[in-house]
Design a protein around this ligand. Sequence first.
Ligand SMILES: Cc1cc2nc3c(=O)[nH]c(=O)nc-3n(C[C@H](O)[C@H](O)[C@H](O)COP(=O)(O)O)c2cc1C
Length: 188
Amino acid sequence: MTANAEAKIAPSPAADSGTLGSHVLPGPSDADKRQFRNLLGQFATGVAVITGTGPDGRRIGVTVNSFSSVSLDPPLVLWSIATESANLAAFGLDTVFAVNILASDQETVARQFARSSDDKFSGLGVRPGLEGVPLLEGCVAYLECRVQAHYPGGDHVIILGAVHRYINLERDPLLFHCGTFHSLTKTP
Ligand SMILES: Cc1cc2nc3c(=O)[nH]c(=O)nc-3n(C[C@H](O)[C@H](O)[C@H](O)COP(=O)(O)O)c2cc1C
């Protein structure tokens, strides 16, 4: 371990040392960010493609794992988008977006919408949802939402959506953990 790395280990209370390991301060260097990202990757999530329509009418889609439920009454969900994303403009206040929750056999769809491209929808079956928002065929479930608020979130913008309609097809979901896609293995 370098002296630099040592300096980033925060003192831990005696009760936390040993079995719990060392506390690490999330620092600003690329190595620090990688380490912090690795930790965040330990939290297993589902995978969704957020779809919408750009100001020029173009179909937009972004793979995300930041989707989360927020409120049952009223029905609210959130996800976050990088501030540097060119797609941010498509998700202004009051615009409609859809959360397409991916199924276990849709890893190629997740990869397709995680890459920059002029037509991310190429080769995929799509149906129009609320106000024409694209719904990808073959997903586990769909939430059709309207952007209710934006919140600053560092290098991301947190988008809060009011859910207007949903479809639940209850298929097996695609999962993401430590940078790798997985499918669900149910415990007996
Ligand atoms: C599993 C996975 C989860 C992702 N989650 C997010 C996310 O929550 N927010 C985000 O802005 N980008 C996320 N990304 C990255 C975007 O999908 C990617 O930067 C974007 O689609 C690139 O296309 P663009 O150039 O059209 O923006 C994720 C990528 C993967 C593979």
